[in-house]
Design a protein around this ligand. Structure first.
Ligand SMILES: Nc1ncnc2c1ncn2[C@@H]1O[C@H](COP(=O)(O)OP(=O)(O)O)[C@@H](O)[C@H]1O
Ligand SMILES: [Mg+2]
Length: 405
């Protein structure tokens, strides 16, 4: 399935529910956003609001409950809940109607309508299963096609030694292309640089792991690549033979970055990459990510629990609260015109190095029950200004519109 090209990642109505006693935990509930090529998208919200689950869903660690995720225009995740629900409610609704039908003709007409709904939704479920399974295959087939197109004319035109050399290169590239998975172009950097690095592996093996899985066998190529990555992230090649425990927190996070970058990813999901680090080290790691972003045109989904970290680094910011996206805007707009009371409370929590401001700074506490009246009119995620979305109901929508004026 194809989608808009400038958008690298498109998350549509993502739902990830976890079973729990007496029901389900809606860790991520109907979250939509997209990330454009080359941009840094900040995802912010307090601990437990579903940020990590969103990231893990995107890299296919779960079979998502509902919605879709498109990467490079290919649907890589597809949930089925909405289709199952649609069938369930249609059966209920039509069952009732059929029971009350006044004629046989009406009855069979209603039955036909219901059948149609069921057929359509079953097809959608089948398509969801297919896309989820086949996205990697589809992608590697595309790579193989591209390889064929570039190598075959050259091989045909060449002769003797040149031909043999090209053929060998082609075969090696082909073997790797067949193993390449689309999702390996999304790499994750984790919050805890201690837990995310295997203590029994050398730094070289940790950084090289993805390459090896992807079929690289040439030890020299691997070593060179690892050295290059180490230097890129501000470490030195001598570090390759050491073990994670020999490094400081900041250095371990650099190893984590090297492990991600070596795969030449299009998208990096950095899940609170600096939260576990000393404040003095945090800026260094952020600067490193910024440099890499400039160098490789990386696109980054940057997850953080407070706004101060993402403020200067992100082009756009999405604010999550209890599994839902409550506000989304460009960084500038979000700080200039925060609308949702939860965003306002987050902003009010940011300290500034200005004693006069600090003396007057009032922390706003978000209290959903007091701040919204959703007893009659339910909220939805709405665009209150081009590019600025807020979770709001009709009354709030009007209020926000007048604030923006
Ligand atoms: N594998 C899981 N099984 C059950 N519940 C989970 C699982 N992963 C996360 N959760 C729950 O989902 C919610 C969101 O968690 P998480 O995405 O880790 O939040 P955040 O990263 O924003 O702190 C939390 O209530 C958490 O306990
Ligand atoms: Mg988390």
């Amino acid at each position: 399935m194809q989608n808009n090209q400038d958008v690298l990642l498109k998350v549509e109505h993502l739902c990830q529910y976890f079973p729990m006693e007496g029901g389900e935990l809606k860790a991520v509930d109907n979250v939509s956003f997209d990330i454009k090529k080359g941009e840094v998208f900040g995802l912010v919200g307090e601990s437990g609001c579903g940020k990590t689950t969103t990231g893990r869903s995107i890299i296919k660690l779960y079979n998502i409950t509902g919605g879709s995720v498109f990467f490079k225009g290919i649907r890589i995740c597809a949930g089925k809940r909405s289709y199952q629900d649609a069938m369930k409610s249609a059966k209920k609704e039509y069952g009732e109607k059929i029971k009350n039908a006044s004629s046989e003709a009406e009855k069979s007409q209603l039955k036909a309508e219901l059948d149609q709904i069921i057929v359509e939704n079953k097809a959608k479920i089948k398509a969801a299963n297919f896309d989820q399974k086949n996205c990697d295959k589809e992608y590697s087939e595309e790579l193989v096609k591209k390889l064929n197109a570039s190598y075959q004319p050259a091989i045909e035109a060449a002769s003797g030694e040149e031909k043999a050399k090209l053929t060998a290169q082609y075969k090696d590239a082909l073997r790797k292309a067949k193993k390449t998975k689309l999702v390996t172009q999304i790499q994750m950097i984790f919050q805890d640089p201690i837990a995310s690095l295997d203590p029994r592996m050398t730094v070289r093996d940790i950084i090289a792991e993805g390459l090896v899985i992807q079929g690289e066998r040439d030890k020299k190529v691997i070593d060179e690549k690892v050295y290059e990555m180490l230097e890129l992230v501000g470490l030195v090649r001598e570090h390759a033979s050491r073990y994670p425990h020999e490094f400081s927190g900041g250095q371990r996070q650099r190893i984590g970055v090297a492990r991600a970058i070596i795969m030449n990813p299009d998208l990096i999901i950095a899940d609170e990459p600096v939260s576990a680090l000393d404040v003095s080290i945090q800026a260094q790691v952020i600067n490193l990510l910024n440099d890499l972003r400039d160098k490789f045109g990386l696109t980054i989904l940057f997850i953080a629990h407070d706004l101060s970290v993402v403020k200067y680094f992100s082009d756009r910011i999405g604010v999550m609260y209890f599994g839902k996206m409550v506000e989304l805007a460009s960084s500038e707009e979000l700080f200039l015109n925060p609308l949702h009371p939860y965003t306002r409370s987050l902003i009010s929590a940011i300290p500034l190095p200005d004693p006069i401001y600090e003396k007057q700074r009032q922390r706003i506490v978000y209290n959903p029950l007091a701040d919204h009246d959703y007893s009659v009119d339910q909220p939805s995620f709405r665009e209150v200004k081009p590019g600025h979305f807020v979770m709001c109901n009709d009354a709030e929508f009007e209020k926000y519109q007048s604030i923006l004026k």
